[in-house]
Design a protein around this ligand. Sequence first.
Ligand code: A3P
Length: 316
Amino acid sequence: QEGGKDPHHDDIDQLIEKLPREKIMNWSLILHEDGFWCPERLLRPLISFQRNYDSKDNDILLATMPKSGTTWLKALAFSIVNRDIYSVSQSPLHTSNPHELVPFEFQLAGQRNRDEGRDYHVFATHMPYASLPDSIFSSKCKIVYLCRNPLDQFVSDWHFHEQMCWDVKPEFAIEDALDLFLQGKQNYGPFWEQIQGYWNASLKFPGKVLFIKYEDLKKDCRSVVKRIAQFLQMPFAEEEEKNGLVEQIVKLCSFESLSNMEVNKPGKWNANFRVSNNVFFRKGEVGDWINYLNPTSASRVASLMKEKFGDSGLTF
Ligand code: A3P
């Protein structure tokens, strides 16, 4: 530092000033120079994470588009990696929201020390694959990417914005939100860039990136949980399987179970996200978009997906 000023911060300030912005309801998005839209208030910590994060081999990164089931994946991953420390009946998930147990990258300052001595360090991000810090790629950090049908993700996101704590609640028609969504203007959008980035990485580096889908978790959570454990090189032992541990974890982390925990009921304020904890648990269903989008709107999304995903093998 020179004369009390941090040159590093000045540099970020200058950078931020020049970036395009978009207002969605009362929510300010800014276009990161890597080409994704992020909440303006998070840009500085995200840049700092990109520049400074020193990934270690025991890192486990959970990556998602917002509203794709991040909360669920955090609960499952936490339970899988901590199963030698907590029995399911004693899991901290009974008393803490999954977001308190598994931080996002922007909350990481000081976390490394806290986890020193542990076998792993689980955290989450909504950032695109190509924007992750170099150290994530040079370390043995493993990445689990959870993807969700963009139509359901969009509808979930729209509801989430509706429930944020506004001083004056803005009116925002779902059709207007859809127009922006189709231009890629949503938190961490464009969705097609992000999904494809992790998808391609999972094909190229299957030992580094595991690509899973919300819909598969809903269909057969048990199998996906076993796949995640295997990928993390913590497969369930025969004894654990025989004792029903996989089923117990699936049940503990289910929508019904988590949403009924006292800590996840309305009124348990989550300061980091300006919402109450219950807002992370709305319906938890596949295909709910049909109740909110008319066929014309849905076909606009379908054509865009066809155009963007082409013959990549990505289907929803
Ligand atoms: P809906 O709004 O469609 O209900 P995120 O955790 O990324 O913010 O995503 C939130 C979405 O995941 C919400 O979707 C929420 O209901 C759903 N969800 C949260 N916990 C879940 C669980 N245990 N099982 C299934 N879905 C869950």
